[in-house]
Design a protein around this ligand. Structure first.
Ligand SMILES: Nc1ncnc2c1ncn2[C@@H]1O[C@H](COP(=O)(O)OP(=O)(O)OP(=O)(O)O)[C@@H](O)[C@H]1O
Length: 256
């Protein structure tokens, strides 16, 4: 099990500070949503956690300074599903998902039975087993998104960071995607998902981090954090709040 701790992480890009002193301790067995308007710094923050962008402040993965870890050790500990990935090479879906096993393979070594099992399991869980022999470059946007999620699941890392995993998915597959992330967390993994769907975030996440203009402006359980006041302040919207076992909110109108 892996925890990730960010201590005053700041990132500047193009001469502008786009992540401002964000601190958060992310613990195993939790599904953590990272929310906020376009440009708030969500993708940059998760990239900083992984060491994919230069930053100030410290990040530890399971108590070890990330800067002291090899790229392979980070990749084994934290699977990463980047936002809106473009596929250039005409690989089959099975081969693309197999790339998720790279962090575990020695150079020039072949896939072992355990790798094939991880690949098959990931494809089944993401609902793409029937696409295994199709070219990944010839899939629909939603199919491609599920294949890329399968690649991240194939890593079988104790933590998963998924940047907008629901983009391009139809409603049924969005719910399925959230159920999958929920199940990963319930199995003891740390799952961090950048999300725009507030309704699904409120329903499925244990905890939400809300970013605005690079800063972490709220952090806590969806029911406590996603208030009418916060949605007005951060997103400039009103929302309908329903009663139920899990928090339910539906964005309604723009305020400005
Ligand atoms: N390479 C870059 N150079 C300069 N500015 C950048 C670069 N990458 C991102 N930015 C800026 O950093 C800010 C944060 O971007 P980021 O992608 O982290 O936002 P986000 O919250 O993930 O947005 P979205 O919801 O639109 O995906 C934005 O204002 C963006 O324009």
């Amino acid at each position: 099990m892996v925890s990730i701790v960010a201590d005053r992480v700041s990132v500047s890009l193009g001469g502008r500070q786009v992540v401002r002193e964000v601190s958060a301790a992310l613990t195993p067995g939790r599904l953590v949503g990272v929310l906020g308007p376009n440009g708030a710094g969500k993708s940059t923050l998760v990239r900083a956690l992984l060491g994919l962008v230069p930053h100030h402040g410290n990040v530890t993965i399971d108590g070890i300074a990330r800067t002291a870890m090899s790229r392979a050790a980070i990749a084994q500990a934290v699977a990463y599903l980047p936002q809106g990935q473009v596929l250039h090479w005409p690989l089959t879906v099975a081969r693309l998902v197999a790339l998720g096993r790279l962090p575990h393979l020695a150079p020039f070594s072949r896939l072992a039975d355990s790798d094939h099992a991880a690949i098959d399991h990931a494809m089944a869980r993401a609902g793409v087993a029937s696409l295994a022999d199709r070219l990944a470059t010839e899939l629909s946007g939603g199919e491609r998104a599920r294949v890329l999620l399968a690649r991240a699941l194939a890593v079988e890392a104790p933590a998963l960071i998924a940047d907008e995993p629901l983009a391009s998915l139809d409603p049924a597959h969005q719910i399925e995607g959230m159920e999958l992330l929920r199940a990963e967390a319930d199995a003891g993994r740390l799952v961090v998902a950048v999300l725009h769907d507030l309704t699904l975030a409120a329903r499925f996440c244990d905890r939400v981090l809300v970013m605005a203009e690079g800063a972490l402006v709220a952090d806590g359980a969806p029911r406590d954090v996603l208030t009418a006041e916060l949605l007005a302040r951060v997103y400039g919207i009103t929302a309908y709040f329903g009663e139920g076992a899990t928090p339910m909110l539906v964005p309604l109108d723009r305020l400005r």
